[in-house]
Each structure stands twice: as structure tokens, then as C-alpha cells.
Design a protein around this ligand. Structure first.
Ligand SMILES: Cc1cc2nc3c(=O)[nH]c(=O)nc-3n(C[C@H](O)[C@H](O)[C@H](O)COP(=O)(O)OP(=O)(O)OC[C@H]3O[C@@H](n4cnc5c(N)ncnc54)[C@H](O)[C@@H]3O)c2cc1C
Ligand code: SF4
Length: 491
């Protein structure tokens, strides 16, 4: 066991959308920065495109992090670059109605919509955001748009942060071509090029000792993969916590910081996969995996924030596809015989902040109860998605409901109305956990103030997905970057 001491001006914890940006930005602004990341630095040449090798290297719990009742698979990155290394690279800013909602309902009114928009522009440019070109839209995405057109549901292709993409389809297990511009390829190397940024990977922060309203140190363990090989202690004038919406609240809880709201107000924004077999070759596992969406049924108002639902084309590697779609048992086997003809989409249903994260030792316990109203929106989303696939020519549709028979036509959807939607029998994935260090004015109901500082602590900010008062957007990478830039005073 070794004991290591570091001393720096600014210590950033977590290297994903929030922390990677913060470290790179501050280093470029001339500050001395130490970036601590629990996961490893996995370079393009180590991205083998094999799930059994990449999931343990890049994902929290190897991709097996679930809510306590097993109802939602909560996916998060655990590597230099955080979730931006394994995400789908869709770039979507916080809608203005959500900002109005936060101002009206949560009193989050410090920044103007123009400032949020300016932050979006800076972040989008830094990560190379551009519109997916029509020749890059794979057959799976085309079929979703085609079905949407047939049913009169609006849709479009995404903006993304890929540059030089060869369409391999492996985004979810890391890009071997350095085409997906994660923070590990953008903000962090730009910061390191200044000589002001030092990066320590395999450094897991456990607590932030504090006294008289100041954090005095950052303490944690040094890891070799998952084995503890030492301890570290960092002395820093300023600390930025960006360990993501599950682990930032755990670090605050372990430090007796953050007040009664820390860990509360979790949104998971769960998504359900619907897959379908077509009479033609689809090869959803090739090309940009998530290129198109139908948002004609999504709502967004200042009163309620994001609501309704949207459908997004999705491609997956075989293991993920087997776990998340195309039926169960013999149906799954049959579907896999025709893997090249399978298409898939995700039903993304924005939720209200109803969950919480608490500690069991060092591990998170994620409690996530479903509201009846949300379940009904999910039911409608699944039915609509099935209808879209049938309208675009699917022979069979597989719903994400244990035991639901294979759908061969719209009549087979009638049973959906009375079908019980129960935790763990409804197949759900979360890629956008948010809200557990909520921003607000009242220290009883929020964790950080409107400047992203932890209430009552003068040198600790939280700059990650945990600060959003309610779900920020249908996709959260750019929103986290917008928030981080505002928190850093960049706009
Ligand atoms: C599979 C998947 C697909 C997605 N697709 C999209 C998409 O297409 N578009 C989009 O906008 N968003 C997408 N997202 C979401 C987006 O990537 C995240 O919302 C965003 O990266 C969150 O930023 P963050 O800084 O809060 O956390 P993260 O990016 O998750 O980074 C947190 C980092 O902190 C580290 N950490 C945690 N605990 C500790 C500790 N104790 N000590 C040190 N380090 C620690 C983690 O290892 C991790 O690297 C996707 C996410 C996933 C998982
Ligand atoms: S589809 Fe493009 S961005 Fe995704 S892994 Fe392949 S080359 Fe990289």
C-alpha cells in the first residue's frame, strides 16, 4: 500500500462531460489543475470492439448497475472521459421551455436563455458538433423516419460530435477510430497541452474533509483496475465535483455535506427498447447507431418541462441486443438467426424527479419508484413505436414486456392496454441519470446554489448531471457542458 500526497490550485473529481470540460477549460485559462478519475485511460488502440473486453473497461460495474428493484439498468461510463466515451454522441441542448420551467417552478433564474445558448455554442464547437449527413443515416434509422412519415409523426436526424466517423457501429463500446469526440479527446488533451493539467486515473475519491465552511482535502484510494493499491490525499484551494449523478451525491453523503436534499430528486429518464424483424436487410449494428428520432409526440412547456415521449433509432452490439430486445427464449433465438434483418428503436419517456441515491458502504443504492402517469406514457410510447415499425414494413415486432407475444399486426397490440407494467418485467435502460445534487436557492430542498456552489461551503462546486432541477433535455451531454461553462463563469 502506498500513500500519496498531492497539492494543486484546483482539484476536479470525475472526467466526463462536466469534469473533463472543467479541467480542460481551467487549465487553458492558466490555472493549475489536478483531475482525478476512478477509471482508466483507455486509448483508441485498446478499443477492441469486443463487448466482453470493453464493458468491464469502460462501464460502471461492467454495465451491470441496476436500480434496487432491478427495474432499470443504469448505464454510466467509468473511464477517462466518463460517459462521453461510451455515449451515442447525439448533441441536444437544453430547450428554452425547460429553462423557463426551472425559473418558474424551481427559482433557477440566475442565467438568461441567451447565456445558456451561448454556452451551448461554445461546447458544441469544442466537441466538433455537426449534423449527421444523409448518406450516414443507416437503414434502421431510415425505417424509423419512414414509419413516422406514414403515421404523421415528425422526426429528423441528429446533430452529433463525430468527426471522421467510419460507421463501424461500435459507439457503445468505445470508438477505435478517435472519431467520437469525447472529453478524453477534446477538453482534456487541450488542457494537458498547456502544461497546467495533471491527470491521475485509477484515483477514486471517497470523501471531502471540511471545516468552517471550506473543504480542506480530497481523500481517496488508488486503484489498479478494481483493486485498492494505495491511498491519496489532495490539498487544493478549490474543488470541483463532477463524478456524475450517482456518485457525486455519494461522495457528499460520505463527507456529511449537501444537506437533506443530497441524493434526492433522481431522474433516470428510462428508455425502453422495441425491436422488429423486417423482410429486408437492416444491419442496425452497422453505421451510426443512433442517427434519427421522432419527436412529434414530445411535449415541452414552461409549466411542466419535458413530457410526452420520443422514439429514437438504435443499434446495439449482440450482447446488448440480446439482453435488451428481440424477445425472450425461443423467440430471441429465432430473432438472432435473422440478426441482420432486425431493427430497433428506444422509447424515451422523460420522467419527474422521483428517485433517490443512498450509500451502502461505498456502493450506491438507487431507489426508483415509477409514477402511474409515467408508466401510461411509456405504454403509449411502446404502442406507437410498434405501429411505426409495422407502418415501415416490419413482419414482427418484439415489445420490451416479459411474456408479451410477438406482434404480427396492429390487432396484436390490443392486449397492451391491460398488460401490467411491472418493475423488471418491463425492460428499461437509463443513460441520463440527473438531479441528485439539485440546484436551487433553499438549502433544505437543494444542494447547490445558483452559482453551482454547495450551500454553505465556499470552495466546492458541483458541475455535472446531478445539478439539474428536473430532466434537462432528451440527451444530457451538451446540457452538462452548458451548465459547467456557466458554473465556471465562461459566459
Ligand atoms: C450508453 C450511454 C449513451 C448516451 N448517449 C448520449 C447521447 O447520445 N447524447 C447525450 O447528450 N448524452 C448521452 N449520454 C449521457 C451523457 O453522456 C451523460 O449525461 C454525461 O456524460 C454526464 O456527464 P457527467 O459529467 O455528469 O458524468 P460522466 O460523464 O458519467 O462522468 C463522471 C465520471 O466520474 C467518475 N467518477 C465517479 N465516481 C468517482 C470517484 N469516486 N472518484 C473519481 N472519479 C469518479 C466516473 O468514472 C466518470 O468517468 C449517454 C450515456 C450513456 C451511459
Ligand atoms: S460509428 Fe463512428 S463514432 Fe461510433 S465507434 Fe464507429 S467510427 Fe466511432
Amino acid at each position: 500500500m502506498k500513500d500519496v500526497e498531492f497539492s494543486t490550485e484546483i482539484c476536479v473529481i470525475g472526467s466526463g462531460a462536466g469534469g473533463g470540460l472543467a479541467a480542460g477549460y481551467l487549465a487553458q485559462a492558466g490555472h493549475e489543475v489536478l483531475l482525478l478519475e476512478e477509471g482508466a485511460h483507455v486509448k483508441a488502440e485498446q478499443m477492441t470492439q469486443r463487448e466482453e473486453q470493453m464493458l468491464p473497461l469502460l462501464y460502471r460495474d461492467g454495465g451491470n448497475q441496476f436500480s434496487a428493484d432491478g427495474g432499470v439498468s443504469v448505464l454510466q461510463g467509468r473511464a477517462l472521459g466518463g460517459s462521453t466515451v461510451i455515449n451515442m454522441a447525439d448533441v441536444v441542448a437544453i430547450p428554452e421551455s425547460v429553462l423557463d420551467h426551472w425559473a418558474q417552478v424551481y427559482g433557477v433564474d440566475r442565467f438568461t436563455p441567451e447565456q445558456w445558448a451561448k454556452a451551448a455554442g461554445i461546447a458544441a464547437q469544442a466537441i466538433g458538433a455537426n449534423r449527421i449527413q444523409s448518406h450516414e443515416v443507416n437503414r434502421n434509422a431510415q425505417l424509423l423516419l419512414q414509419g413516422g412519415r406514414a403515421l404523421g409523426i415528425d422526426g429528423d436526424v441528429f446533430e452529433h460530435n463525430r468527426v471522421g466517423c467510419v460507421g463501424s457501429g461500435y459507439c457503445l463500446i468505445g470508438c477505435a477510430y478517435n472519431a467520437k469526440k469525447s472529453t478524453a479527446l477534446t477538453w482534456i488533451p487541450r488542457g494537458m497541452a498547456t502544461g497546467n493539467l495533471r491527470v491521475e486515473t485509477g484515483a477514486r475519491v471517497s470523501r471531502l474533509p471540511h471545516q468552517y465552511g471550506r473543504v480542506r482535502a480530497v481523500e481517496g484510494q488508488l486503484l489498479d483496475k478494481h483493486t485498492v493499491v494505495g491511498r491519496f490525499r489532495v490539498k487544493a484551494e478549490r474543488i470541483i465535483l463532477a463524478a456524475g449523478a450517482i456518485h457525486s451525491p455519494l461522495i457528499l453523503q460520505a463527507s456529511l455535506l449537501g444537506g437533506p436534499a443530497v441524493g434526492q430528486n433522481l431522474s433516470l429518464q428510462p428508455q425502453a427498447p422495441v425491436s422488429a424483424r423486417f423482410p429486408e436487410s437492416v444491419r442496425m449494428f452497422r453505421g451510426i447507431p443512433q442517427a434519427a428520432y421522432l419527436d412529434g409526440r414530445e411535449t415541452c412547456t414552461p409549466q411542466a418541462g419535458l413530457g410526452g415521449f420520443r422514439l429514437e433509432s438504435v443499434g446495439a452490439t449482440p450482447g446488448m441486443a440480446a439482453v435488451n430486445g428481440a424477445g425472450w427464449g425461443p423467440e430471441l433465438l429465432e430473432a438472432f438467426r435473422d440478426y441482420g434483418r432486425i431493427g430497433a428503436a428506444l422509447c424515451l419517456v422523460p420522467d419527474s424527479p422521483t428517485g433517490q441515491v443512498r450509500r451502502d458502504g461505498f456502493r450506491p443504492v438507487i431507489d426508483y419508484p415509477f409514477s402511474p402517469a409515467w408508466l401510461e406514457r411509456m405504454r403509449e410510447a411502446i404502442e406507437t413505436c410498434a405501429r411505426v415499425f409495422l407502418a415501415s414494413g416490419a413482419e414482427q415486432v418484439y415489445l420490451p414486456l416479459a411474456g408479451y407475444p410477438v406482434v404480427q399486426g396492429v390487432d396484436d397490440l390490443k392486449a397492451l392496454q391491460g398488460w401490467p407494467l411491472l418493475p423488471a418485467s418491463l425492460n428499461l435502460i437509463s443513460a441520463h441519470p440527473q438531479g441528485t445534487c439539485r440546484m436551487g436557492k433553499d438549502p433544505q430542498s437543494s444542494v447547490v446554489d445558483l452559482g453551482f456552489g454547495v450551500h454553505g461551503i465556499e470552495n466546492l462546486q458541483v458541475l455535472d448531471a446531478s445539478v439539474f432541477p428536473s430532466t434537462a433535455s432528451s440527451h444530457t451531454m451538451l446540457p452538462v457542458m452548458q451548465a459547467a461553462l456557466l458554473g465556471l463563469g465562461a459566459v
